[in-house]
Design a binder for this molecule. Structure first.
Ligand SMILES: Cc1cc2nc3c(=O)[nH]c(=O)nc-3n(C[C@H](O)[C@H](O)[C@H](O)COP(=O)(O)OP(=O)(O)OC[C@H]3O[C@@H](n4cnc5c(N)ncnc54)[C@H](O)[C@@H]3O)c2cc1C
Length: 487
């Protein structure tokens, strides 16, 4: 079909993962991740990324056609204005919603990184007369035309957080260049938390922080295929251990997997190297990535915010307390919380600024949204748990509900408001447990705080990026203190 020519099918994506990559899980090496029971569930979740464009209902939104003939995933479209960013936000929301609130992220994060490299390579070329932009452009085209799944390994393992890369106990706490050859570089080190690394075709690597001149070997950005010699991924087992749809309606089908990603003297050819020693651009690269990536983050929060509201209302109805003033108060608070984040997300797109021809989401609104979401998530989870009741963790298993010995009693005693029925009520309670009080629920609480950068990082960016000139001028004018103060 003409419209899917550049888009891969789920089967093609799955086949591409049989490439001899090195993935470890719970102490053993997985020979073929497509045949491992744990990985199969993750692959089924990620397969949605390739199924969504096949649905005529979503096709126009999630794809674009630069030449009017070939259709590519819209994720690869360089954002030229607010509208592009709003559409990007919509497709992130759509995918996450279809995946029961679990972000898919094999295109989102990679394209956040591609946009960043696009901007920073242009700036490096202008200032340093390098030729990075052409490499980035070729690499972007390659990923887009092959519809690749990408992971981004930014966060180094970091050792002592109070020290810079070259001050650490050993040299490899941050990924670094250990050798330069005529045909490329050799890199060594480890990155942590690489989302879906074991399931990506490409691993993109960028610095995690601003660097000093003495950190030259750490100023490195590159991309390698996931099966490159020396790349080893140790997959995390947490957050999705149950296969029961009844008990875990979300995490039995959808959950994320991160990896500790090792670079054991990995060779990278020049055409895949996007930064080599330009320490002065490490900070801008890390920061620009975060500006795109926090916008991705707040975009994929909308479905979980809606789910908290929906579950809270449903449980209040099922328990017969929807008319109680405290229940209405809690639901109103859930709505305020959710709609604030959603409103700020739109505003971040609308207030975008143009950098090197690309639209970058407004960091002030993105960071307020991320900070507001992350620092209030646990309290809002508590409101839903409060409305739901203790059965969230004390309820019976599905086997007991189905058993002829215990099922009739459970159906008799565990109903709520007339007409709801015990099984429906238990299903909704199970949703709340999966979302808030399971292995997956705990994983989610950590994700909301740390993924896309810690809360403190958001505050710092907000402080640095906020243009307070008007505010300061107003205060000085009203206080009549003149211009004598230092900036
Ligand atoms: C689910 C999940 C998915 C993720 N996916 C990815 C991914 O795909 N790719 C990727 O690159 N990263 C990813 N991350 C990493 C994420 O960006 C980091 O977890 C986050 O930046 C925090 O870093 P950290 O985990 O090392 O914690 P730390 O940075 O160690 O944070 C712990 C505490 O130390 C504080 N702290 C840290 N440094 C300093 C300092 N210098 N001075 C004072 N206080 C400090 C922090 O504010 C925080 O309070 C993911 C994380 C999670 C949880």
């Amino acid at each position: 079909m003409w419209w899917v020519r550049a888009l891969r099918t789920k089967a093609e994506f799955v086949a591409s993962l049989r490439d001899g990559r090195t993935v470890y899980f719970k102490g053993h090496k997985i020979e073929d991740i497509t045949r491992d029971p744990f990985c199969e569930r993750v692959i089924a979740h990620l397969g949605l990324e390739f199924e969504i464009p096949e649905n005529p209902q979503y096709r126009d939104l999630v794809t674009f056609s630069p030449d009017g003939k070939t259709r590519y995933s819209r994720y690869f479209k360089l954002p030229e204005n607010s509208e592009d960013l709003l559409k990007r936000s919509q497709i992130i929301d759509l995918g996450t919603r279809l995946a029961s609130t679990v972000v898919i992220l094999i295109k989102e994060i990679g394209t956040d990184c591609l946009f960043t490299l696009n901007i920073i390579s242009k700036q490096m070329d202008k200032q340093l007369h390098t030729d990075y932009f052409n490499r980035v452009k070729r690499y972007h085209d390659y990923c887009m035309k092959n519809d690749l799944a990408m992971a981004v390994a930014q966060t180094d393992v970091k050792g002592d957080r109070s020290l810079g890369p070259s001050e650490q106990e050993h040299e490899d706490y941050y990924v670094r260049i250990v050798e330069e050859r005529s045909d490329g570089i050799v890199v060594r080190g480890a990155k942590a938390h690489t989302s879906y690394g074991p399931f990506a075709n490409e691993i993109m690597v960028i610095p995690t922080r601003a660097l000093a001149e003495k950190d030259e070997q750490y100023a490195v950005a590159f991309a390698v295929p996931a099966n490159t010699k020396g790349v080893k991924m140790i997959a995390s087992p947490f957050g999705g251990t149950s296969s029961s749809e009844f008990h875990n309606p979300i995490s039995s089908k959808h959950h994320m997997v991160e990896s500790i990603t090792l670079f054991d003297d990995v060779f990278v050819p020049w055409d895949r190297v996007f930064m080599k020693g330009e320490t002065q651009f490490a900070g801008p690269l890390a920061l620009t990535f975060v500006e795109y990536h926090r916008f991705t983050a707040i975009s994929y929060k909308a479905p979980i915010l809606d789910l908290l509201i929906g579950a809270g209302i449903s449980m209040a109805q099922m328990n017969g307390i929807i008319g109680a003033s405290h229940a209405r108060d809690k639901i109103a608070e859930l709505i305020r919380y959710g709609e604030t984040v959603k409103g700020l997300t739109k505003q971040a797109a609308i207030n975008c600024r143009m950098v090197e021809g690309l639209a970058v989401p407004d960091p002030v609104y993105s960071n307020i949204a991320k900070w507001h979401f992350a620092s209030n998530y646990h309290q809002h989870v508590a409101l839903v748990q409060d409305l739901t009741g203790g059965l969230t963790v004390t309820g019976p298993s599905e086997d007991d509900l189905r058993s002829p010995d215990t099922g009739p009693s459970l159906r008799k005693y565990l109903g709520g408001k007339k007409g709801v029925g015990a099984e429906n009520r238990l299903r909704m309670i199970n949703l709340v447990r999966d979302l808030t009080a399971s292995d997956f629920g705990g994983y989610n609480e950590i994700l909301q705080i740390h993924a896309e950068g810690s809360i403190e990082a958001s505050k710092l960016t907000l402080f640095r990026q906020y243009n307070a000139k008007n505010c300061v001028e107003l205060a000085r004018k009203i206080a009549n203190v003149g211009n004598g103060l230092s900036e």
